[in-house]
Design a protein around this ligand. Sequence first.
Ligand code: SF4
Length: 369
Amino acid sequence: MILTFPHMGSVYILVKTLFDELGATYVIPPKGSKKTLELGTKYCPEMACLPLKINVGNFLESIEKGADTIVITGGCGPCRFGYYAEMHRQMFKDMGQDVEIITIEIDDTGIKGLIAKLRYLFPNKSLLSIANAIVKAFSNMKEADKLDALSYKVRPREQEKGATDAIMNKFEADVLMVTGAKEITKLIKKTQKKLKAVPLIAGYEPMKIGIVGEIYTLVEPLTNMNIEKTLGNMGVEVNRVLTTSHWIDQHILKAGLKIGKRDFEKAAYPYIKTMIGGHAQETAGHTVMYANSGYDGVIQIYPLTCMPEVVAGSILPTISKDKDIPVLTLVMDEITGEAGYITRVDAFVDMLIRKKDKEKQNERVLSRS
Ligand code: SF4
């Protein structure tokens, strides 16, 4: 059995840790590219979500490299994610691809069904060693997300342009060459140290932008056209609360333990009172939280036809007005052009700089009067 899984930013670090620890044979799909998108677009219905199209492209590239079993997560709820797994099964059958699809989810067979699937995937491993591997994988995912967050702080402040990108590019190449949880952790820590040692521009206070939206589009550089890098290289500090480890923490651990309303739910409450699928509540809640923390602006990114984000997007102008925080919405699909995208981001940053300058001028006038 040769396993594969969908690419979604640095999720491969979580899965690689898990599969290495459990001794599985697997193929990491190549990084998302134009070819991935073309393959997915060719076989998926036009109105399917962009993440689904990229997943299909990923799987076809992995099958070319020998994968025969696809491992994906499943779910239920008001958005289309709930029937992705079944759609994949039908599509690969129609394509004549002899590939098995295992969905990791708690369905109507309950926890028993999930355990049976894990036993099938890792036949020679005890449940305890599977649980241990999951804990190590989650820990590495958290560290990898912290590494990304650190790069968002360092990049706009670096003295030598490209220093952060060079460190992160090397990390992405090196992590594929190491095996096992321990080695991956060591490499992440080493890279964190390198980032902390990058010489910074003294006294530079960058503009701060929060990123919100649909998780796949936010986490996967192919679908957000490297928004964090683009803004960082414009001298802007970026923050994105919605990461894979944050999602696991909030939606699996905290929601599972039922320990009351999560921060984003409380912040979103005056605007969206209930879960409507996808990340709509997080988009609204995080926008409020960014405004309350003094961020200069928020960018919402989501794939065309994503219902929950369309709803959140219709509420953001109200939050923007109530909280006096500018919001830019970027809707992505397979024909979104990079030049137009960069122009919009550039114009948004320019507008934020002018707004900040004006506010400073007004403060100076007020302090003199
Ligand atoms: S959140 Fe949006 S993009 Fe993601 S599966 Fe649901 S509808 Fe599709």
